[in-house]
Design a protein around this ligand. Structure first.
Ligand code: GAP
Length: 533
């Protein structure tokens, strides 16, 4: 396998060549950090979305789905804190004019020190062999200890600066870490300033502040404002969840790494409404459940890890990411957040509408603010509260990238030729089966068409008769089609076909009578869903 950087470049060109992803408005030279999904990309994306949605709603009797509008009343974003606090710290290099996120510059510098530690540990592991104790080495080796102390000191300053919104200190950390611009190589930095990430537009024909609305930067708020509608009409009892997939928009300062960070993207979010005081239990539950969902894909466990947030978002009392090892390192794939009653409490305050839930067995404060000032005794006759919320939030495009980056392989075959193959989990593959007549004569195409008719109502299948069989296999390998079915002359005699499996390239001969059942079983989403519960 080429190195990771080459692998990532290959992946981007593969996505274009095989109809997965195109640059948006490419004929006009594209629009930065906006992408379109092609014929195979749209199928794969749909399959990932379905896997998530069914795992949330069908596997959990107490979770239902909604589809809220992208536009919301502007006060929503005041209440949620996005108007005041949804911003990133921005810094420019005065020589190259290149713009950076100050927090990412610092995180990148810390990662470089971490890499130095990892190199020291690897070297020592080789030197000492089986007797090597990595934890002991990390805590005693002078150089490693010094690196670690530097990381801890930077992280402590970084956390404090972010909590206190101290832009000068962020700049000072960049200067102290001697971070240079990757383009100009200079350390000639501007001040750090906050930049709000929400896109705004005008509603209706009248311009002006009163009609300014935002493109939603997260789908979650559509769930919060509908929580009582769903609870009442669905007669839901706490704990219960609401799931949703849909577009979100952020005017990212630095949008890069292909579809990893986009300005228009899709989220899959679930808000789980719980009793105050039970948040730690449910937070742990959803951490575990979401990791099981990821592992159901069958990728190596080492590709995933948890990362606790150093800086908590304005709404959270605990938060972590599930990180995935992308070709450019471990990065956030999904966030799990304990959002307290922050959102609902603020929506109650801003809208003047009661958003409390009546729970006959509950006695305690109505919300987290009252909890700070009053004792439980003050509340013994109270049975209503604003629910707390655990949120799971994953980017669909980012999940798409994680899956493709792990699945794309360049293989050398026994005959010396090469093939690009996408080892996608079969239930996610854009095309589940390709049907080939060996030749386009002798009644083989007609028989192959009969097989298409047999399968197409259950699965996305393609029919191909152009080029020799080898070339047809290669094309299907490259888009991840798990099964190729070939109709040959023997088919006309004994009603059997060959099924060729993508990864092993093994072929087996099966009766057409059994074909539908075989394909159904092998590409079914059911077995992946069963691995989650
Ligand atoms: N409602 C909580 C929320 O939006 P977040 O950590 O900002 O939390 C959740 O976003 C997930 O959405 C991320 O883990 C990531 O997968 C995805 N995401 C966020 N910004 C993105 C972007 N600019 N491009 C693609 N995916 C993004």
């Amino acid at each position: 396998m080429a190195n990771q950087e080459d692998h990532f470049k290959n992946l981007i060109s593969h996505c274009k060549e095989y109809g997965f992803i195109f640059q948006s408005s490419e004929i006009y030279d594209g629009l930065s950090a906006v992408y379109d999904y092609g014929q195979n990309g749209a199928e794969l994306k749909n399959n990932i979305r379905t896997f998530w949605y069914k795992a949330m709603t069908q596997l959990n009797e107490n979770i239902v789905g909604i589809d809220a509008a992208i536009f919301m009343h502007p006060t929503t974003w005041k209440a949620s804190g996005h108007v005041d606090a949804f911003s990133d710290p921005l810094i420019d290099n005065k020589d190259s004019k290149k713009r950076y996120r100050a927090d990412q510059l610092i995180e990148g510098a810390v990662e470089k020190i971490e890499e130095k530690i990892n190199k020291e540990v690897e070297k020592a592991a080789k030197r000492f062999g089986e007797t090597f104790d990595a934890a002991m080495f990390r805590s005693t080796n002078a150089r490693v200890v010094e690196y670690q102390q530097k990381i801890d000191a930077v992280n402590a300053r970084f956390k404090k600066a972010q909590e206190e919104n101290d832009m000068e200190e962020l700049r000072q950390i960049i200067i102290d870490l001697e971070i240079a611009c990757e383009v100009s190589g200079s350390r000639n930095w501007t001040e750090v300033r906050q930049f709000n990430l929400m896109f705004s537009t005008q509603l209706g024909a009248v311009a002006g502040d009163a009609s300014t609305i935002y493109l939603r930067p997260e789908t979650a708020q559509g769930i919060f404002v509908n929580y009582l509608n769903v609870q009442k009409t669905g007669r839901m009892k706490i704990p219960f969840g609401i799931a949703q997939t849909g577009k979100a928009f952020r005017n990212e300062i630095v949008a890069r790494q292909f579809i990893f960070r986009m300005r228009e993207f899709e989220q899959m979010e679930m808000q789980f409404f719980i009793r105050p005081g039970t948040q730690t239990e449910w937070y742990n539950h959803w951490k575990e459940t979401r990791m099981k969902w990821h592992r159901a894909l069958g990728f190596p466990e080492t590709k995933y890890r948890f990362h606790d947030h150093l800086k908590l978002a304005h709404y959270a009392d605990a938060a972590c990411d599930i990180e995935f090892e992308f070709p450019f390192g471990f990065k956030e794939l999904e966030g799990i957040h304990s959002r307290t009653d922050f959102d609902l409490r603020n929506h109650e305050a801003f809208s003047g509408k009661k958003l409390q839930y009546f729970d006959p067995d509950y006695t305690g404060p109505q919300n987290s603010e009252l909890r700070k000032t009053q004792t439980d005794d003050d509340w013994k006759d109270n049975h209503s509260y604003i629910p707390y919320v655990i949120e799971t939030s994953i980017g669909l495009d980012r999940m798409f990238l994680a899956i493709l980056s792990h699945s794309l392989k360049e293989e050398k075959l026994d005959d010396g030729s090469e093939r690009a193959v996408l080892n996608l989990p079969p239930f996610l593959a854009p095309v589940k089966a390709a049907v080939f007549p060996l030749m386009s004569k002798d009644g083989l195409p007609e028989k192959a068409r009969e097989i298409m008719d047999l399968l197409k109502y259950d699965h996305n299948c393609v029919y191909e008769e152009k080029d020799n069989i080898g070339k047809r296999y290669r094309r299907q390998d490259a888009i991840g089609t798990p099964y190729c079915i070939t109709v040959d002359h023997q088919t006309l005699e004994d009603n059997t076909v060959t099924i060729r499996e993508r990864d092993s390239m093994q072929q087996e001969r099966v009766s057409i009578d059994k074909l539908a059942a075989i394909i159904d079983e092998r590409v079914s989403l059911k077995s992946a869903l069963k691995r989650i519960v």
